[in-house]
Each structure stands twice: as C-alpha cells, then as structure tokens.
Ligand binder design. Structure first.
Ligand SMILES: [Zn+2]
Length: 220
C-alpha cells in the first residue's frame, strides 16, 4: 500500500523533492550519528554551548523530534493502516470538517497549521473521520507547501476511495508570514481542490464554497 501511494504521487509529479530512501536509514547507526553531529556543528556555529547543562541534550532531542514527529510523513512505513467500510447505497455527500493538522513550511522550516474540510460522495466504500485525519496528518508531517499538501491529500483520497467525487479545502496560518511581519496578526491562506461532481455540479461546488466561507469566518 505505502509504495503504491508513493508511486501514485510520483506519477502525478506531486511527491516532495526529497530522497525518500534516506529517511528509513536515519533512525540508528552511522547515518543517525552523522545527522546528530551535523546539527551539533550548525548549533556550534550559531554560538550554542552544547556542553552546558541546559543544551547538552538538545541535538539528540531535536533530531528525535524531527525523525519521529515533525517529519515522520517522510517515512512511508508510517503511512496509516487504512480500513474502509462497505457503503450500503449511500450516495449523498459526506462532509468532515474541523480536521486539525500541523505542518512545516519547507522554505523557512517553521510551522504552519490549520484545519481541513474533506468531502466525498461514497462509491463502494466509506472512510472514518479518524482515518481521514491520520492521512491528512501523515502528509502534513513533512516539509511542505500548502498547495502541494492539499493536492497530495486530494489525489490519495480519490485513489483510496475509488471515486473522483472528492473535495478538500485547507485553511492554515503560516508562522513564516507572521514572523517576517508581512501580514502581522492573524492571517490565513485557503487552498482547495474539487473533483468529479464537486467540480461539475454547481449546487455541490456552491455548497463547498459556502463551507469554506463559514470556515474562514469561524477562524477570524
Ligand atoms: Zn515559509
């Protein structure tokens, strides 16, 4: 399953520009040591005294967090187990909202975070909200740009649910923007992808746009 997802994103030219074979060898051994040492060099160059009581564990803790949490979505072994339910003739949209995620801007390596709205019209299968959240958070746990994150989830959900009738919107606040002071205060970026009937049928598109609007108002 995991490798199929990776291949699917490669085919769509939507995979992250990262060597995925690296990530699986970084958790121990020489590669892990090299990684910790390279962070130590970086921190030393910034002037950190890594022998002090306060900072002596920083390099190890930071690398552990990067590998196991912040960028765990770069290791396809961490892709969630997906089990789908059987659809018993339900053919109206199912809309899931308020799905929170944390990601990292790949340009500045600082967090961006927000909420997603996910909608689909079931074909033969239905998927639980918990699983949708795990899949969204798998792709969020990478160095990302919001547009690609949105597209990755869209393509993978269409594939898993075997239907084009999928829509996803993401609303996120980017710390790089607020820290650089370009847009001080609370500012959000919204991206969305509409597939199948969500794209072709005006009433469904409009329903989804209304959800995006409500969602922006709720955030402000
Ligand atoms: Zn940024």
């Amino acid at each position: 399953m995991q490798h199929k997802i990776h291949r699917l994103l490669m085919q769509h030219k939507l995979e992250n520009p990262i060597d995925f074979s690296r990530f699986s060898v970084l958790s121990n051994g020489k590669e892990h040591k090299d990684l910790v040492n390279s962070l130590a060099i970086f921190l030393n160059n910034l002037g950190f005294n890594l022998d002090s009581d306060e900072l002596q564990n920083t390099k190890n803790k930071a690398i552990e967090l990067i590998l196991n949490t912040t960028f765990k979505g770069l290791n396809y072994n961490n892709f969630p187990e997906v089990s789908l339910g059987k659809n018993n003739n339900y053919n109206s949209p199912i809309i899931c909202s308020g799905i929170t995620f944390n990601s990292t801007c790949e340009h500045h390596l600082v967090p961006f975070s927000g909420n997603a709205i996910f909608a689909y019209i079931p074909n033969k299968h239905i998927i639980g909200l918990g699983q949708i959240s795990k899949i969204i958070n798998f792709f969020a746990r990478r160095p990302q740009i919001q547009e690609r994150l949105n597209k990755q989830i869209f393509i993978v959900m269409q594939y898993l649910l075997k239907t084009k009738d999928v829509a996803i919107a993401i609303n996120a606040s980017h710390e790089c923007i607020t820290r650089l002071g370009e847009l001080p205060g609370k500012s959000n970026i919204t991206t969305f992808e509409l597939g199948g009937k969500f794209n072709e049928e005006n009433n469904l598109s409009n329903t989804f746009y209304t959800l995006i609007n409500n969602f922006n108002q709720a955030k402000s």
